[in-house]
Write a protein that binds this ligand. Structure first.
Ligand SMILES: [Zn+2]
Length: 419
């Protein structure tokens, strides 16, 4: 299967690992470019006239008329497998109800856990598939999805099996990386025994069963949820069993999750609204990707994570949506880009790196995804525009005209006239 993209304005970071610090602003742009894709991989990138025409023999030709071609976006943090919805709770929050009073009225994570327990695998899969179609429309070609709404043996496994079945679907719209987040909250039935006993149960009973289903092990490291010692206990045990590691860290208060992420060798620490200066330095020194989730801060009316500080200290920053039914029911890539540029003061170029190569690094795929280079997967987001600056300029609106996953067009819309 061959696809030849012609008249492309390529804009891509370069390399097989996360880009750190000021270098995040370096984007390679090539106008009048051609991209040849063979069997889902990129076989040639560069000027049309320098291409070996024979190699393109028999290729389907896609003329993009000067439009921008980016690497497909990587949404490296979502909770897109869940039962139920929580719109009432959103309204209570707008009216000023506290977290505790929302829990008492039957909202909060327990509401999603109860609905997820009741949902069949087919019901969960149908809903998550709908989200993946929306993601593809916004140029996402790879997404990370977490379990964490079962918090028991069967439902956690069901969530992970749903993710696996979606990834095995030949007609899927996005590639999916799977994360086990059994340590999302302490389940009701474990209140008496406490967090450490629950973490021990996860280590002994769940991790061996989750092994073939999830690439990552994650934990909600937060005051009064799972604190630093529980986090170390789980992360070190998971690492020994061959899991790669992620942490929800320093979202609500400054606890030191970023420092622990550096200590245990996590691929990413995520949220980081209240990260300490030492946490930033430790993450930079140990190559932990800082995955920032501006939609959540926006939806909760919280301050944004200090993106500029991370970049100035030499960290690699990734951006993701945090799509989930509670704190942030949005998977909007356009709004993520707008918030990053307008409120977190990231440049357009840094934002592109954060949503492509650095997102790929945050899910361990930097050598196969995240840039437009020979040998990588042919995953692209083609914009309506011929200028990358349109991304934040068209505020909160979708700029993506076509999405290509492994050389296959998975989304296409009537193009906007260029003039
Ligand atoms: Zn999360």
């Amino acid at each position: 299967m061959k696809l030849l993209i012609e008249n492309a304005h390529i804009a891509t970071p370069l390399g097989n690992e996360a880009v750190r610090g000021a270098a995040m602003g370096n984007i390679c742009e090539i106008e009048n470019a051609a991209i040849l894709c063979i069997d889902g991989k990129i076989a040639y990138v560069g000027k049309r006239e320098e291409m070996d025409l024979k190699a393109a023999d028999g290729a389907e030709v896609l003329d993009v008329q000067g439009r921008v071609v980016l690497p497909g976006f990587v949404d490296s943090h979502t909770h897109a497998v869940f039962g139920g919805f929580r719109p009432d709770e959103f309204e209570w929050r707008l009216k000023g109800d506290s977290y505790m009073s929302i829990m008492e009225r039957g909202g909060g994570i327990q509401s999603t856990v109860d609905h997820t327990h009741q949902a069949s695998a087919d019901e969960l899969a149908a809903k998550t598939r709908w989200f993946t179609e929306r993601m593809a429309q916004m140029g996402v070609t790879t997404v990370e999805m977490k379990s964490g709404y079962g918090l028991d043996h069967d439902t956690e496994l069901r969530q992970l099996q749903v993710i696996k079945s979606l990834q095995e679907d030949a007609d899927r719209k996005v590639d999916i990386i799977s994360t086990y987040l059994g340590a999302h909250a302490l389940p009701r039935e474990w209140k008496e025994r406490g967090t450490t006993a629950y973490i021990q149960w996860i280590i002994n009973e769940m991790l061996p069963k989750v092994k073939g289903l999830a690439k990552y092990c994650d934990i909600f490291c937060e005051k009064n949820v799972f604190e630093l010692d529980d986090t170390r206990l789980l992360m070190n045990a998971a690492k020994k069993m061959g899991f790669d590691l992620k942490l929800h860290a320093d979202e609500i208060v400054t606890l030191g999750g970023a420092e622990v992420a550096a200590e245990v060798g996590a691929h990413s620490a995520d949220h980081l609204l209240h990260v300490s200066d030492k946490g930033i330095k430790d993450m930079a020194a140990n190559g932990v990707v800082a995955t920032l989730l501006p939609l959540t801060a926006f939806a909760l009316r919280e301050p944004y994570a200090p993106a500029r500080k991370f970049i100035e200290e030499g960290c690699a920053v990734a951006l993701a949506t945090d799509l989930n039914p509670g704190s942030c029911f949005s998977g909007s890539i356009p709004l993520t880009i707008a918030l990053a540029c307008i409120y977190m003061k990231m440049s357009v170029q840094e934002t592109i790196t954060a949503l492509t190569l650095n997102g790929a690094a945050a899910v361990g795929l930097a050598s196969s995804k995240g840039t437009i280079e020979v040998g990588k997967d042919a995953d692209f987001a083609i914009l309506h525009f011929d200028n990358v600056r349109a991304l934040p300029y068209y505020v909160g609106m979708n700029c993506v005209q076509q999405t290509i996953l492994r050389g296959r067009v998975v989304y296409s819309e009537q193009p906007l006239p260029l003039k």
